[in-house]
Design a protein around this ligand. Structure first.
Ligand SMILES: N[C@@H](CCC(=O)N[C@@H](CS)C(=O)NCC(=O)O)C(=O)O
Length: 283
């Protein structure tokens, strides 16, 4: 029975009990580091984080040097997102957060969808030019932003992270995630990309969650959700996975997996060769 009034139980046994609080704002004073590039990214290599690093690597791959960036690691498990400097650029204390220092006054950008749109508009890339196609691209970008919390906060939380497994929320969110995969599978049945026959921020954004899911990289849930049945999503996911910029982007700010796949901080394109964790650990 829920009590009449909710009270905060700090020790609820959940995976993120030590960092989750019902209060916003900073918990400690800490300035953010600033590097030499126009863009300063503060993030971790989660599905929301990699959207932005993939986008930067795609822009750099096109030769757009103005899109060069420093990627600083924010360890969300350690509560870095509650440092005062981070809260100044994102009062919501979530990664990814970005500072554009190339304008007269630095501009803060938070929410991964907003960051993708900002970069797409600023460089006029990975977003359709025709108004109706741009609108279709934004339909799917917003679809992803609204749908992923069911996958991450709902399914992922109760299937992988909750201290006990409860049938009701797992069933509820598994059903919703499978419905979303079916939406994508039908959409991709006669196209190579999410919209307008071009690779856009909608693909980057959706791939980072649903692509990772069908490729077996999220929550160990491939069998449970029977992801191989979503053949069109799988084909699309594999195709995007083969892009050079995607291979790079998913390494940035990554703190799990094979050390050779983890680039905790990125300040130059040569870091992918010299600064991965396997190399740093040898030093
Ligand atoms: N809607 C936000 C969600 C961001 C988000 O939930 N970030 C997670 C990591 S994927 C985070 O920072 N979690 C830390 C926390 O909840 O304290 C976005 O897309 O940017």
């Amino acid at each position: 029975m829920p009590p009449k009034k909710w009270v905060w139980d700090k020790e609820n046994g959940g995976k993120f009990a030590n960092i989750n609080r019902p209060i916003s704002g900073s918990t400690h004073v800490k300035d953010l580091p600033i590097g030499q590039h126009p863009f300063q990214l503060y993030s971790q290599g989660t599905p929301n984080g990699v959207k932005v690093t993939i986008m930067f690597e795609e822009l750099l791959n096109l030769g757009i040097q103005e899109a060069d960036y420093d990627a600083w690691l924010i360890r969300i498990g350690d509560g870095d997102q509650f440092g005062s400097g981070f809260v100044e650029i994102n009062p919501n204390s979530k990664i990814p957060s970005l500072l554009d220092r190339s304008e007269k006054q630095p501009i803060r950008i938070f929410e991964s969808g907003s960051i993708l749109l900002y970069l797409a508009d600023k460089f006029n890339k990975f977003i359709p030019k025709k108004f109706e196609n741009r609108t279709e691209c934004l339909n799917w970008l917003f679809w992803q932003m609204a749908s992923a919390p069911y996958l991450g906060g709902g399914f992922g939380h109760f299937y992988a992270y909750a201290p006990e497994k409860y049938e009701y929320p797992i069933d509820r969110f598994a059903m919703e995630v499978k419905r979303q995969l079916d939406v994508l599978d039908k959409l991709l049945s006669d196209k190579n990309f999410i919209c307008c026959e071009e690779y856009t921020i909608a693909d980057i954004s959706i791939w980072s969650w649903y692509g990772a899911l069908v490729l077996g990289r999220l929550y160990d849930a491939e069998e449970f959700l029977d992801v191989k049945t979503y053949k069109n999503v799988l084909r699309w996911a594999k195709e995007i996975n083969d892009r050079q910029a995607v291979k790079r982007g998913i390494m940035v700010n990554k703190i799990k997996g094979n050390p050779s796949s983890q680039l905790h901080e990125r300040h130059s394109s040569s870091d992918f060769i010299h600064k991965t964790q396997d190399k740093l650990e040898k030093l």
